[in-house]
Design a protein around this ligand. Structure first.
Ligand SMILES: [Zn+2]
Length: 415
């Protein structure tokens, strides 16, 4: 056999390894015969490649109760139990870091998405970005250490920051006053310290990814997430694919869709933006005569629970304005489900019912029955970090490359 033949055989083996591992990451545990069918290769090829991947510790054989835990019908197992393969959840770890205005959160998972460690630390809004970066890396190292891992176990890291990120330059836009990351290429700066792919994404979109992966949006292909918080952000899943914000990444700014074209001017240049009616700040400002100037979410929720009439009216109006804007979005994109998150979602049906009623009244017939539900994950401020880890796990191609490369470098795999 010539050197050229050996090279092309090795390339073929690598391609087949990528196919098999991608299929296992996408589908979970699979029987060898199913794997051969999905990948379009012979059973013999599956066996040869699987033996390599098992030796490299990136694939494991699953048997008996492990097969049941992987969600496979026990009746399928008899006599074929040893034929099942699964990507090894412990072959690597995914990490998410999320910088909110006052804190940094970190979430570390195995490759099946199980939480290995999760925590947050203070990073006050006047902390410069260089110190925030150091605080994030220190937190990441502490959590990896708690999980008995090191940075070498990571297959990828995703970073969440407030504000839009210019997809062409990677630089964070200056949409918020006091935004420490404005003008910074976050992925490049973290990339200097981490020897793995680094992704950066807006943190409301990461909350959305957490819901799409593990919460109210799992197993649904067309979902819209709306975060009613200090600002109003969104995340969109179209045909099962995350929308990253369009040509330059600036899309998804639902808070600046106009709910009333003759409304008050908004700093963005538009009038009557949704954020002027349905953000937490807007609702608290309207209720200042009732709740006082220093009131926050707790006072608002207590007043709503006590059925204070002004509070109920302001929440209903916020829901109706949100419903008007969502009707336009439903007519354009027809999501099956709309997930409402952020602090105001904690008002429950007091805000969700007016959204549903307005949608039913104003959206077109095929789009108006979108299911409107509250966010399901009770993660609070750490939802963004959890979504960041989920974003890493969604990059199947990158994960497969990282796993096969680390597997190739192990002594047992030396050719
Ligand atoms: Zn605006």
């Amino acid at each position: 056999m010539t050197a050229k033949d050996t090279g092309s055989l090795r390339a073929l083996r690598r391609t087949n390894s990528e196919r098999l591992l991608s299929a296992l990451m996408e589908h979970g545990a699979l029987h060898r015969a199913e794997l051969a069918r999905i990948c379009g290769v012979s059973r013999t090829t599956v066996s040869t490649i699987a033996a390599d991947l098992i030796m490299g510790n990136v694939v494991i054989e699953v048997i008996g109760d492990q097969v049941a835990r992987a969600g496979i019908d026990a009746s399928e197992v008899d006599g074929r139990a040893r034929g099942f393969l699964q990507a090894n959840p412990s072959a690597g770890a995914a990490a998410g870091l999320d910088f909110t205005l006052e804190r940094v959160w970190c979430h570390v998972t195995d490759l099946a998405g199980a939480t290995l460690a999760s925590d947050g630390t203070q990073a006050p809004s006047d902390t410069p970005w260089q110190e925030r970066l150091t605080a994030g890396l220190t937190l990441l190292d502490r959590l990896l250490d708690e999980a008995g891992l090191g940075r070498g176990s990571l297959v990828g890291v995703a970073i969440g920051v407030p504000g839009p990120i210019d997809l062409q330059t990677g630089v964070v836009g200056p949409s918020l006053p006091g935004q420490a990351w404005a003008g910074v290429n976050v992925a490049a700066e973290f990339g200097r310290h981490l020897d793995v792919p680094v992704l950066v994404e807006n943190n409301t979109r990461l909350e959305a990814v957490a819901e799409f992966t593990w919460g109210a949006g799992r197993d649904i292909a067309d979902v819209l997430y709306l975060g009613l918080s200090t600002g109003i952000g969104s995340g969109l899943l179209v045909d099962g694919n995350l929308h990253h914000g369009g040509a330059r990444g600036g899309g998804g700014e639902i808070g600046h869709l106009s709910a009333d074209s003759s409304g008050d001017p908004c700093p963005c240049g538009n009038r009557g933006c949704l954020v002027q009616y349905a953000s937490l700040q807007a609702v608290l400002a309207k209720l200042e005569p009732v709740l006082g100037a220093d009131a926050g979410l707790d006072e608002l929720l207590a007043s709503a629970a006590a059925e204070e009439p002004q509070t109920l009216r302001v929440l209903r109006e916020a829901g109706e304005q949100t419903g008007r804007v969502l009707a336009n979005i439903c007519n354009l994109l027809n999501p099956a489900r709309i997930i409402v998150g952020g602090e105001l979602a904690r008002a429950g049906d007091l805000i969700l019912e007016p959204i549903r009623a307005t949608l039913r009244r104003t959206a077109m017939s095929l789009t108006r029955d979108a299911d409107v539900v509250a966010a399901e994950l009770d993660l609070g401020a750490r939802a963004g970090a959890s979504g960041a880890a989920a974003l890493v796990l969604r990059q199947t191609d990158q994960l497969v490359t990282a796993l096969l490369t680390s597997s190739d470098s192990k002594p047992s795999e030396a050719v």
